[in-house]
Design a protein around this ligand. Structure first.
Ligand code: ATP
Length: 320
């Protein structure tokens, strides 16, 4: 293998830049050339790509977002679009590809690998942490820290005004951010899509807390469990208590990556290059019990991943 391609795809995540840096520098260290592809699979189809060198990735380890930009591409969902991308692979002499992104990007990578036989290694990067086959994804730790910082600030104002607050965090299918941020931020209630909940119980908990003399209450809710506004109106209707809602939204995607995310991104990025050099055809790199490892992408995508129930129960005990 002499020349590899590299792209970031799907939703951006803090730490993608640290991963780009690791892939480029590790590849160059081993004498490989790297072609950076812009805007994910869109740039792949439109030939928006060019060579990268050691200097192209200078001063980015601490930056959020992705210098290669990212996009979602409808064209890549079709065999015709992927054939067009393959034309560019030939034109640029790319012999292997590193895809930094989420599960959708990996499904795209698999389709491409099946049709055109290009060796591909996926590096899991999404703030949602919902990719099976790895304990942790790049960007998750930073997003959790961002949410905890928001909880801390809201707690200050909630205490001053003796109020209840709802903080809605990202996570349509999974409650990883909600659970981790809720536990670390000492939330009184945490709602995740994976666990059924009753509005009555949330309300009872809220009232019990205020009767016990609590000055404030914080409820952290994953967007996929219920909308923050909807929850607030249900609480108002059942208890008469006014709750303020803060939706963190895209704030969670930005910011300088945490040290943990930079380290994870560097380790996984470097491993992806090693795997391509060793002849991997369709692998995903990941973390398993603290160790960098790899797994067949299809095997990973066939799996499931859900929040840790023990952690969920613990959060409930500690917030009682
Ligand atoms: P995030 O988890 O942050 O949303 P993601 O990688 O899952 O990131 P998606 O929008 O699901 O983001 O996928 C990114 C791109 O991957 C899509 O825009 C599309 O081009 C491609 N893609 C997704 N699924 C497939 C598929 N089944 N076949 C071909 N390409 C796909």
């Amino acid at each position: 293998m002499q020349r590899i391609g590299l792209l970031t795809s799907g939703g951006d995540a803090p730490g993608m830049n640290a991963c780009i840096r690791a892939v480029v520098r590790k590849a160059i260290y081993h004498g490989l050339e790297v072609i950076g592809i812009k805007r994910g699979f869109s740039g792949f189809i439109e030939a928006d790509m060019g060579p990268m060198n050691v200097s192209s990735v200078a001063d980015i380890v601490q930056r959020g977002g992705t210098i290669l930009h990212t996009a979602r591409s409808d064209q890549f969902l079709t065999p015709e679009g992927r054939a067009k991308a393959y034309g560019n692979i030939k034109r640029f002499g790319i012999q292997g590809l590193v895809v930094i992104g989420g599960d959708g990007s990996f499904r795209g990578a698999i389709s491409f690998n099946r049709e055109h036989n290009l060796p591909i290694v996926g590096v899991p990067a999404t703030i949602d942490n919902d990719i099976p086959g790895t304990d942790c994804t790049i960007g998750f730790d930073t997003a959790v820290n961002t949410a905890v910082e928001a909880i801390n600030k809201i707690r200050d104002t909630a205490t001053s005004h003796e109020r209840a607050f709802i903080i809605e965090v990202m996570g349509r299918q999974s409650g990883f951010i909600a659970l981790a941020a809720g536990l670390a931020g000492g939330a009184e209630s945490i709602l995740v899509p994976e666990r059924p909940f009753k509005y009555e119980e949330i309300c009872e908990r809220l009232i019990r807390g205020f009767h016990r003399g609590k000055l404030h209450s914080i409820i952290v809710v994953a967007e996929g469990a219920t909308g923050g506004m909807e929850l607030a109106s249900k609480i108002k209707a059942q208890t008469g208590i006014d709750t303020k809602v803060t939706i963190l939204g895209h704030l969670q995607r930005g910011g300088s990556p945490s040290a943990a995310d930079r380290i994870l991104a560097s380790r996984l990025g470097a491993k992806s290059v090693e795997l391509l050099m060793e002849g991997a055809t369709k692998m995903m790199v990941g973390i398993n019990k603290g160790e960098v490892y790899h797994i067949d992408i299809e095997e990973s995508l066939a799996g499931t991943k859900s929040v840790d129930l023990e952690m969920y129960n613990l959060a409930n005990i500690l917030s009682a």
